[in-house]
Ligand binder design. Structure first.
Ligand SMILES: Nc1ncnc2c1ncn2[C@@H]1O[C@H](COP(=O)(O)OP(=O)(O)OP(=O)(O)O)[C@@H](O)[C@H]1O
Ligand SMILES: [Mg+2]
Length: 214
């Protein structure tokens, strides 16, 4: 604002002001997109179809490949499950994107791995990072709206704390479950389990997400 009001602002200042405005705009449009997605999910607008979870994993990984390499992150897909899921494909894509966005933002210079598989009418995808981890006291809150674990560290990087709340909601409307395992200084793994298309009513597979070591 100051730069824009100042008649003597030089090009560099104006450029900086434009950068700030653009990233605020990007953030705002992402938030609007996320809120619209939530509203659409709640309203049960018919956007359901059968799709391969592995295709969505491949697409999201592709979308984030550049961001990962910018963060000097060794980024890999261990497996892409071929199971068919019925649901809102865009929403599942958004859920995975939100997990990857966090992992990449918080874990520069490390390794991130996406794994997936299936068993007994369920399919699962895990995003594992070697980032800072989450303190046990924070872990039960990270899926809450607007909750951000490390205020001092995270205030500057602009998130709103909606990302994981959206992920959880998306998983819930797909009758899935989400679990997280995290250890400070080691890393964090999020595990999403989804029922395979047409196979509902069985209990989700047991087991905690596995941390990415070595
Ligand atoms: N992979 C992770 N490793 C460590 N901490 C994490 C990870 N993912 C999330 N967190 C913690 O959980 C908090 C909530 O995450 P969430 O994605 O909901 O919000 P955000 O990333 O801060 O903002 P937004 O996603 O709205 O841009 C984060 O601020 C961070 O403290
Ligand atoms: Mg986030």
């Amino acid at each position: 604002d100051v730069a824009l009001a100042d008649p003597n602002a030089d090009t560099a200042e104006l450029r900086r002001a434009a950068e700030v405005a653009r990233s605020a705009g990007d953030r705002m449009s992402r938030m609007v997109e996320d809120l619209l997605m939530l509203a659409r999910l709640e309203a049960r607008v018919e956007t359901r179809s059968d799709f391969q979870l592995g295709d969505v994993i491949d697409e999201v990984a592709e979308e984030f490949r550049a961001a990962a390499s910018e963060g000097d992150i060794a980024f890999g897909i261990k497996a892409s499950a071929r199971s068919i899921v019925n649901g809102d494909r865009d929403a599942i894509q958004r859920a995975l994107a939100n997990l990857l966005e966090n992992a990449i933002r918080l874990s520069p210079g490390t390794r991130i791995e996406i794994d997936s598989g299936g068993s007994d009418g369920w399919t699962w995808v895990a995003v594992a990072d070697q980032g800072p981890g989450v303190e046990p006291a924070d872990l039960e809150h990270i899926f809450d709206r607007f909750y951000r674990a490390d205020q001092a560290r995270t205030r500057s990087d602009g998130g709103t704390g909606l990302g994981l709340a959206i992920v959880r909601r998306i998983v819930e409307v797909h009758r899935g479950v989400i679990r997280v395992a995290s250890r400070p200084g080691v890393g964090t793994t999020f595990l999403i389990c989804l029922p395979v298309s047409g196979s509902y009513g069985t209990e989700p597979p047991v087991g905690d997400p596995v941390l990415l070591t070595s």
